[in-house]
Design a protein around this ligand. Sequence first.
Ligand SMILES: [Zn+2]
Length: 423
Amino acid sequence: MGLEDRVLAEVDRVLGEAVDFCRELVRVPTVNPPGAEYARCAELIGSRLARLGYEVCYVPAEGLPEHSADYPRLNVVGGLDSGRPGPTVHFNGHLDVVPPGTGWTRPPFEAALEDGRIYGRGAADMKAGIAAMVYAVEALRRAGYPVRGRLEQSATVDEESGGFAGVAYLCRRGIIRSGRTDYVVITEPLDPDRVCIGHRGVYWFEVTVRGRVAHGSMPHLGVNAIEVMGLFIERLRRELKPRLAGRRTNLPVVPEPARHPTLNVNGIVGGQADTAWRPTPCVADECRAVFDRRFIPEEQAAEVRREVEDILRELRAEVAGFDYEWRDLMVVEPVVTDPGSPLVRAFARAVGQVYGYPAALVASPGTYDHKHVRRLGGVEHCIAYGPGRLQLAHQPDEHVEIEDLRRAIGVMALGLINLWAQE
Ligand SMILES: [Zn+2]
């Protein structure tokens, strides 16, 4: 039996354990917000890693306001020195999940096993990824393969809310940093036959329009801020959106409609209604909206902002009596790993070995922790690869196929072998 087959046979043998581990993780409802049960989940992963022979350390996000007594932000990192020369490969997964939302036909935190699938919030995004990364290394070790260099596994918090107490914190503490960490694999769900090399940028901003209050029966005496905001949103739809649709990135973003820059209104509040939503008979003198502009590497962040604000400025020149305030909430530049990186090549080759066809290199429409690895950690070689399917993330009846889990574990194990062979 060849080496490859020996490792893949071992993957089949560890699969049951990986499935059980994934289900245990799904049963801990690490819902973010608010960041529930993080410590219990981190400890579950830490004790598993310790049992498998890793040295384990816990990294609470001390000094950050979101690390509170009620909702501690606890990260866990396991390290395994092989005693043989080789690179440091760091696997990372986030342990938080988004709230379950509505529309489920199965309980979201019971990890039901049905028709070869594990159902639950976080099954795909991304507790299956955490189980896969742990058991990929196990498959190699149990197959008697001489693993090389240093292997690290971390499970981190708050990816769904920006990752500042999670991967960013590990980078700031020097746990993930260039010079120490050679390669980072984030096991996010981007489909198990694809290798993700980066993501688009984000610009979140808030616009507050201020008009003039008046009695609701005499609207001519006021300036209605909600109507002004309506005009602004309409112009974005009519003028900006077609322009964005006309731009296309060379980054292989999936799904296809996200290969352009996009704009979304994430939320809006306005008018003089009290908290119980009892409107008062007044012309709305204030309206506030949050916008989510996703941009491509071919665009500049400053230009992205200017072209939206220009539209609002034009509107102010035409409509009298309103003012506005502009607030940047978040700017994340796009990131991309060179497709010629040894890490990309090693995993793309492994996909071919397991699936029998070449891996698609893709990029994510939204950001994930890659940005911190690159910008704060300075690590150049970072990919996302995991068992989950992208379109199931954050959906009701989220699930992971056990067959996808099996193949992804195989890809990760062979990916490591390919990577070591290139060193
Ligand atoms: Zn995720």
